[in-house]
Design a protein. Sequence first.
Length: 255
Amino acid sequence: MLHRSACSSEDKQEVLRLREPTVMKPLRFWNRLHRAAMPGPIFIRAQDINTGRLRLDDLAHVNLPARSEGTRTRVFRHDILVTITGANVTKSAFVDAELDEAYVSQHVALIRPVLEDTGTYLYNWIVSPVHGRKVLETAAYGAGKPGLNLDHLRNLVVALPPLAEQVRIQAELSARTTIEENAACTVDTSGRRADRLRQAILKCAFEGKLVPQDPGDEPASVLLERIRAERAAPPMGDSGRNVRRERRASAAAAK
């Protein structure tokens, strides 16, 4: 929820604090309930939002006991999910589509905006490296094991412009995100093409097709056989070494 704390008349931008985000308290047998669920409601874990998006390609499920306190953290569209413990602390996701019955684990806080239309803007403020994420990371890594509590989320200050301005900001963010994703896709495609080209070059090199071949060159099989014979020959003393040295010198001069 949002609580108004100040209002700037200069830029018509409201400064608000988040209020009453909910987070599931750890259940005594939560892990066992998780493993036993087949299939049960969707169970959203911290690892499901560690990319900044809600990923449901590796679904886990949970069976909640009747009247469980976990039922109050059922996830709905427009909710914002924030990781509050572990290595991915502060990683967040915005629920932009309707879900089947789903709940968050005790490692994920659930923020539900009073006005659904502000959800996308609030999410982008929370993940902004110069606004929400900077504040939350400072709080999470202040001392001891990384982690956030409800007060850190409740007291997060958000500059909330008029709705029309939020829409314009979101449109610009979406356009820039699309450009970034397209660039990343191009880089990935170019990398795969470079790998294929490298393999093709190596194949040609080993097959002797990389440069024109001289029919008068000594075949590789003959060269290998000569090297084996020289290695198998017994030591010949200084005179033997001198002979081999002279042979190598003659071969070099011939080239």
